[in-house]
Design a protein around this ligand. Structure first.
Ligand code: SAM
Length: 221
C-alpha cells in the first residue's frame, strides 16, 4: 500500500457515519442496489442493511454478486443481509436507531422535516410493492419526497440519494463529519482490512490480531 493510498483510506474512514444507514427491503434490481450502495459510500454510510428478495439468494449487484470486489462501492460499504424486514426494523430500534420508512401514509412528512443527525435508518421499498404496511407502521416515522408530476413515485435509488444527501447536509452542519465517529480501534481495524484485503482474511483465519501499521500504512514488526 502506498502512503497516499493509506492517507486516503484514513481520510475516508475518519468521516464514516456508523449512525446513518439504509434498509433495502427486497430491492430487486442489481443496478438499483449498486446505485444505492454507491450513494451510501458518498455520504459515508458505514454499513447498509438489506432483506434480499427470494429466500436465501445472494444479493446481486450490477454485473456481479455480493461477493465480488474490484472497484465496486460495496467493497467500502458493508452490506449486512437479513431475512425479515419487520424484525430488522425492531432490531435497529432496539439499538437506539430511528427508522424512517419512505412511505405514503396519514402520518407521512416531507423528508426534509426529519432530524438525520440522530442515529437513523432510511427504509426503502421494492419497485413493485414499496415498503410493506407492517414495516411502515412499526417505523418511527414515514417520510416522502413531495411529487408534483404525473408519475407517482421516483426510482428507489433516486429517492435514496435525495434523502441521504439531505442527511449529509444536516450532518455537515452539525459537525458530524469533522471528527471521527468510529472508535480508534475500529478505525485501525478497517484501515488494515481496506489496505490489505488479501492479508486480512489470513489473520482472521489464524485467529490473530491485525498487525499495527506505521504512519505510511506499512506493517510494523
Ligand atoms: N408502487 C410502489 C408503492 O406504492 O410504494 C412504488 C415503489 S417506488 C418505485 C420504490 C421505492 O422508492 C419506494 O418504496 C420508496 O422507498 C422510494 N420512493 C419512490 N418515490 C418516493 C417518494 N416520492 N418519496 C419517498 N420515497 C420514494
Amino acid at each position: 500500500m502506498t502512503p497516499e493510498r493509506y492517507a486516503k483510506i484514513l481520510r475516508v474512514l475518519s468521516k464514516r457515519q456508523p449512525t446513518l444507514t439504509v434498509l433495502m427491503d427486497q430491492v430487486n434490481k442489481p443496478h438499483n442496489l449498486s446505485a444505492i450502495v454507491r450513494t451510501c459510500d458518498a455520504v459515508a454510510v458505514l454499513t447498509a442493511h438489506a432483506v434480499p428478495p427470494g429466500n436465501g439468494k445472494p444479493l446481486e449487484f450490477e454485473g456481479n454478486t455480493f461477493e465480488a470486489t474490484s472497484g465496486s462501492a460495496h467493497k467500502w460499504v458493508r452490506v449486512q443481509t437479513h431475512t425479515d424486514t419487520l424484525e430488522t426494523v425492531r432490531e435497529l430500534q432496539g439499538q437506539g436507531v430511528q427508522v424512517l420508512a419512505t412511505h405514503l401514509s396519514q402520518r407521512s412528512v416531507d423528508y426534509r422535516e426529519a432530524d438525520y443527525t440522530r442515529p437513523t435508518c432510511v427504509l426503502l421499498g421494492a419497485e413493485k410493492w414499496g415498503v410493506a404496511d407492517a414495516a411502515a407502521d412499526a417505523a418511527d416515522g414515514n417520510i416522502i419526497i413531495p411529487m408534483f408530476g404525473m408519475v407517482q413515485s421516483l426510482n428507489v435509488s433516486v429517492a435514496a440519494a435525495t434523502i441521504l444527501f439531505e442527511a449529509q447536509r444536516q450532518r455537515l452542519a452539525a459537525g458530524l463529519y469533522d471528527t471521527p465517529q468510529l472508535s480508534p480501534e475500529e478505525l485501525a481495524r478497517l484501515a488494515f482490512e481496506w489496505g490489505y484485503p488479501e492479508l486480512a482474511p489470513k489473520y482472521r483465519e489464524r485467529g490473530e490480531a491485525y498487525p499495527a501499521l506505521d504512519g505510511d500504512g506499512q506493517i510494523l514488526g
